[in-house]
Design a binder for this molecule. Structure first.
Ligand code: DAH
Length: 340
């Protein structure tokens, strides 16, 4: 039978050399295992010894057990330290390491369409003119020949800060501002921007949307000039196979006034579900600028005349991309937005 201190020496040497937890567990079992561990076996036969030896051996065996346990715990702590140190070495974050590439965003479809419209009209000599979204009652209505109490005001019901100040209901007020700024025709401007109306959100309308307005003031302008310009714009944006038409309508700021339609791109004008079997889709209004509007802009209508139009940018984008619900443009749904 080996003596406890020899066993201890042997065990401590094995522990010191154990390269990892597996080896330590084996050593633990070999020496301290409940039944067949070597220290346990030492104690098993203790009963047959004379009392004096019994006490001495019991004490020595217990000391051996404690020493081995302590050595095991120390070695375990040491191995854990080494593991952590190693981790710190191998898994340290290298802040100079390039991260995964960021997904690239792109320009929103409405901005794309607005820029395309601008590019086409700039190529015809039009300048982009911007106006305020918070507008006075005078510019939004009065100057456009929509006098107080005129029933047509209902078509442009907006959000008021005070009776004199509101969120503009269309881009038409910028016609007046442009005439006032430029003063001397010829004037060829387009004015894109956000507009607001007191409407509940639906598939075809929103309380906020954008328009692009055009204004041309020169000498001897005709409806033919207007139609030709708009045909050129539409075919540049949608393709040469598109047709346009004007239908008589009414706006207080134009005379004569028209609704402006583009042939449906899905059915080619034959009539289908998306154009409600008409073959045509309405994009906005247009007409020859009313003499009073010219006068309100400081321009002499006996010398000059002109045409104007106002189209919805969302409507134009819907037409281009066959989108059937205007609300999609303002929702953060990437499945929709990433298509364009
Ligand atoms: N401002 C009109 C609207 O929002 C659209 C419009 C119609 C603009 C005729 C024009 C025009 O310049 O001539 O409904």
């Amino acid at each position: 039978m080996s003596d406890p201190s020899a066993l201890t020496t042997e065990a401590l040497a094995a522990i010191a050399q154990a390269p990892g937890e597996d080896a330590l567990a084996k050593v633990e079992l070999e020496y301290l295992g409940r039944k067949s561990g070597r220290v346990s076996r030492l104690l098993a036969n203790i009963g047959q010894l004379p009392p004096a030896e019994k006490a001495a051996l019991g004490k020595a065996a217990n000391e051996a057990k404690r020493a081995i346990e302590a050595a095991l715990a120390a070695r375990r702590a040491e191995l854990e330290q080494a593991r952590l140190a190693d981790l710190a070495e191998t898994e340290a974050i290298d802040v100079t390491f390039p991260g995964p590439p960021l997904g690239r965003g792109h320009i929103h479809v409405l901005t794309q369409v607005r820029r395309q419209i601008e590019t086409v009209l700039e190529s015809l000599g039009y300048q982009v003119e911007l106006g305020p979204e918070v507008e006075t009652e005078w510019y939004n209505f009065e100057a456009l020949n929509i006098t107080a109490g005129h029933p047509a005001r209902e078509n442009w019901d907006s959000f008021y800060f005070s009776p004199e100040l509101l969120l503009r209901a269309h881009t038409s007020p910028v016609q007046i501002r442009a005439m006032q700024r430029i003063k001397e025709p010829p004037i060829y401007i387009i004015t894109p921007g956000r507009c607001y109306r007191r409407d509940a959100p639906e598939a075809t309308r929103l309380p906020y949307f954008s328009q692009v307005e055009g204004l041309a003031v020169d000498r001897g302008m005709t409806v033919g000039d207007m139609k030709g310009t708009l045909l050129y714009m539409i075919q540049s944006l949608y393709g040469a196979d598109r047709k346009v038409r004007v239908r008589p309508s009414y706006f207080p700021f134009t005379e004569p006034s028209f609704e402006f339609d583009v042939s449906c791109g899905i059915c080619g004008g034959m009539g289908c579900k998306s154009c409600r079997h008409k073959g045509w889709l309405e994009v906005g209004g247009c007409g020859m600028v009313h003499p009073q509007v010219l006068r309100n802009g400081g321009i002499d209508p006996s010398q000059w005349n002109g045409y104007a139009w106002g189209f919805g940018i969302e409507r134009m984008a819907m037409l281009k991309h066959d989108v059937d619900d205007i609300r999609l443009f303002y929702e953060p749904d990437l499945r929709f937005l990433e298509q364009f």
